[in-house]
Design a protein around this ligand. Structure first.
Ligand code: FAD
Length: 601
């Protein structure tokens, strides 16, 4: 079975939870009518299922290959990429003045989910290009934008993000790549970047590398990093392509998963181009503000990696649910005339509900955050913009960190549902598991997301954003408690208790960060998980509220809405209940984490 995009579910989340109507009413989104949004999703779903998804397995068995500095992608990728960009899918959320469709991030997020679910390896190229576009639009000069952005939006070129070096992974303060000013406004770059996704490939005629490097007198650490545009081929003033720049792909990695995505070692300034020694680059914005700009790109990319988590969870769930209906094994516990499809066994149901509820919860959390991002950029009221921006930024590490950790568990559970067949490559489910494993590592490991959540997003504002969101959650919990529906009341009780746990942890982070910083950071990943679970439970609770109203009104789609209530109920009883345990380990567990000396390990 291939991928079937859950368009109905996506539209439900967009309309009922993320506030699509409010987003559509924002200045600049006049074109995003209901009909347009539905048509974009339907068309995207068709394209991803028919063109991109069938190449997923091919990519796993025929990965990208390297020869003499050139990379050949998986057979079929070039044609699919050409059709992808010709259909305008690279430009969904980018401004119309640069050739994009100018649709809200909320709509683009649904499209991203479908692209990622169809084929993670293929999708990484557009993902990085989106980030490069966003960074150039925010920090690049007018000249730089008009030179590079149209080609990135229409897909004749692609973008990359060059941060990592052998000695500089999570710790970008250690970046050593040098950028030497030439006195004519250009710089020459020298250094080695590793793990650069789509750093070299044959899908497009040029690659626009965004590179973090240091100028000669730059201060130490992250404050001395600057951002440069370094195209693989130089771009002439008239937009035509010039000489080959001094960026050379020395090799690509052999990996556990996402095998079709070329992960390149790039040498800058190795003398292999047509421009003499040193890769020619142009400074983006001002010197020494590179990390700040790169954060624009990283936040966009982090959010999208979170969507990769949602996507792979959905796809793994679909495959497991289909298999569970087909595979016949064992009699039912209550007795049956013969063996039954495994979906009849309570434990298989438990696994499927775990997968389904986490895919739905993480989708809802991300879409709601995407709508906040749209409001942050487009709302006429500055106060609404400020609040939405703060809420969106708070959610980015949660979308990235929680959705991806969850995705690995979901993909692992999909293997389990398949039994031995899950461990055999031919079913394809093992590929989901292997592919998902990178998601908690790149774009900042889960620990790095959690550090961000603790430091920048919680402690810095004294927990204000978290408290604002908690107030909204408590309101939902109160409404549920006051409803006459037993399922909603039960969900409301669980949500209220989880809110208490969440509030205690936020308070702990804010009050203890100065006096006992190691203890607070010992609980940072559990805090991120707790936040993800409570936000997920909140959104599913809101979905259940909507669905209960629809069921009570006797409308159509009873099955759909009954399933929403059941899914929220499962999540409340099985996931929200873990908030209290996480709270206890955060508040009391630091000693256990930190007691032993490094030598004792
Ligand atoms: C397939 C793939 C594609 C990639 N694509 C790109 C790309 O396109 N561009 C790019 O620039 N990079 C890319 N990367 C690099 C990726 O972002 C890094 O691998 C990642 O940031 C982690 O760095 P590291 O591998 O050096 O691990 P390390 O930083 O050595 O981390 C090792 C462990 O230590 C932990 N750790 C480190 N510092 C801290 C801390 N301060 N607090 C708590 N724990 C900590 C980490 O969480 C991790 O568990 C890619 C990597 C891979 C594998």
């Amino acid at each position: 079975m291939s991928y079937v995009a859950p368009v109905k579910d996506m539209l439900f989340v967009m309309r009922e939870l993320a506030g699509l109507a409010e987003v559509q009413a924002l200045p600049g989104f006049e074109e995003a009518s209901d009909e347009t949004v539905a048509a974009v999703l339907e068309e995207n779903a068709r394209f991803m299922s028919e063109v991109v998804a069938p190449l997923n397995w091919t990519g796993d068995i025929k990965p990208a290959t390297w020869k003499d500095g050139e990379v050949t992608t998986t057979p079929g990728f070039r044609e699919a990429f050409r059709r992808f960009v010709e259909a305008g899918w690279q430009g969904v959320q980018h401004p119309t003045q640069y050739g994009g469709q100018g649709l809200p991030k909320l709509v683009a997020t649904a499209c991203t989910e479908m692209l990622q679910a169809a084929n993670l390896s293929f999708a990484l190229c557009p993902l990085l290009t989106d980030g490069a576009i966003e960074a150039l639009l925010t920090a690049g000069s007018d000249e730089m934008r008009s030179r590079y952005v149209p080609g990135l939006v229409d897909g004749t070129w692609t973008g990359t993000m060059n941060l990592t070096e052998p000695q500089a992974g999570s710790d970008l303060a250690a970046v050593r790549t040098r950028a030497v000013p030439q006195g004519d406004g250009t710089y020459r770059l020298f250094g080695e970047k590793i793990y650069i996704t789509y750093g070299e490939h044959d899908l497009a005629e040029n690659i626009v590398h965004l590179v973090l490097a240091r100028t000669p007198d730059a201060p130490e650490g992250v404050k001395g990093l600057s951002l440069f545009v370094v195209p693989k081929r130089l771009v002439n003033a008239d937009g035509s392509l010039g000489r080959r720049n001094d960026v050379y792909c020395a090799s690509i990695e052999h990996k556990l998963g996402i095998k079709a995505s070329p992960t390149a070692v790039l040498l800058f300034g190795d003398g292999k181009g047509e421009v003499g020694a040193g890769a020619i680059g142009h400074l983006v914005g001002e010197e020494n503000r590179g990390l700040e700009y790169m954060f624009i790109m990283m936040n966009a990319a982090r959010f999208q990696v979170g969507m990769q988590g949602v996507a792979i969870a959905e796809r793994a769930y679909q495959k497991a649910a289909a298999y569970a209906k087909e595979r016949v094994q064992s009699r039912a516990v209550e007795g049956s005339s013969g063996p039954v499809p495994i979906i009849q066994h309570p434990d298989v149901r438990r696994m499927l509900m775990f997968m389904r509820s986490h895919a739905e919860a993480s989708r809802a959390v991300a879409y709601v955050a995407a709508a906040w991002c749209d409001i942050a950029h487009h709302h006429p009221d500055p106060e609404r913009r400020r609040q939405a921006k703060a809420a969106y930024e708070y959610m980015v590490p949660i979308v990235k960190g929680w959705s991806t950790e969850m995705a690995i568990e979901v993909a692992s559970t999909a293997v389990q549902v398949h039994g031995g067949m899950g461990f055999i490559e031919e079913t394809g489910v093992a590929q989901f598991y292997r592919d998902a494993r990178i998601l908690t590592i790149y774009e900042g490991t889960t620990a790095i997301q959690a550090n961000d959540l603790v430091g920048r997003k919680t402690a810095r504002d004294g927990g204000a954003v978290a408290q604002m969101l908690l107030a909204q959650m408590r309101q939902t919990a109160g409404e549920l408690a006051g409803s006459g529906n037993a399922d909603l009341q039960a969900i409301g009780r669980r949500l209220a208790a989880a809110c208490d746990a969440y509030a205690q942890v936020v308070d702990y982070v804010v009050t203890r960060i100065k006096s006992d910083i190691r203890a607070v950071f010992a609980g940072s990943v559990p805090y991120l998980k707790l936040a993800g679970i409570v936000h997920g439970g909140w959104q599913l609770a809101r979905a259940a509220q909507v669905s209960a109203r629809r069921v009570a009104a006797g409308g159509e789609d009873r099955q759909f809405h009954a399933a929403k209530i059941a899914t929220a109920r499962y999540f409340a009883d099985h996931a929200l209940t873990s908030a209290g345990g996480l709270r206890d380990s955060i508040l009391d567990g630091a000693a256990g984490v930190l007691a032993m000396s490094a030598e004792q390990f």
